[in-house]
Write a protein that binds this ligand. Structure first.
Ligand code: RB5
Length: 149
């Protein structure tokens, strides 16, 4: 599975850790993040990963900034993106299963490397259930397309 990963300056070490962790498991990781601790603007990296996922270049995405919030807000402005900020694995699993989220975000200043591993595992190993959840995901897409709900 091809995964897009992106980060700002607060999360270089975490990005490297998670990239190595997932590569060792056989995932193909494409790096869209910054690689130095020089201050950068997180929306740039949120958009890069969102574009990679929305275009189908990568199947799913991982975004990391200080909190995971700013970078996910930026990603969610791209059509077709459902980015969820999760600080624990249960939510990470459920947002795949019920919301068909295609990007997981978390904060390098919020969770440690071991929790981050559990979050990405829970997200990548879960599957969207469709069924009764599909109508709600379609409603979210409707909002994106200016439809009344
Ligand atoms: C950068 O200082 C910080 O604001 C950013 O990484 C992120 O936490 C924003 O939501």
């Amino acid at each position: 599975m091809k995964i897009a990963i992106g980060n700002d300056h607060t999360a270089v070490e975490m990005k490297n850790h998670i990239s190595e962790y997932l590569s060792a498991k056989g995932y193909t990781i494409v790096n869209y993040g910054t690689d130095t601790e020089e201050r950068v603007d997180y929306p740039v990296y949120g958009k890069r990963v969102a574009d990679a996922v929305a275009s189908g270049t990568c199947e799913l995405g991982i975004l990391i900034c200080g909190t995971g919030i700013g970078i996910s807000l930026a990603a969610n402005k791209v059509k077709g993106i459902r980015a969820a900020v999760c600080s624990e694995p249960y939510s990470a699993m459920m947002t795949r299963r019920h919301n068909d989220s295609n990007i997981i975000a978390f904060g390098a200043r919020v969770v440690g490397p071991a929790t981050a591993e559990m979050i990405v595992d829970a997200f990548l190993e879960a599957e969207y259930e469709g069924g009764r959840h599909a109508r709600r995901v379609e409603m979210i897409e409707g909002i994106e397309n200016g439809k009344e709900i």
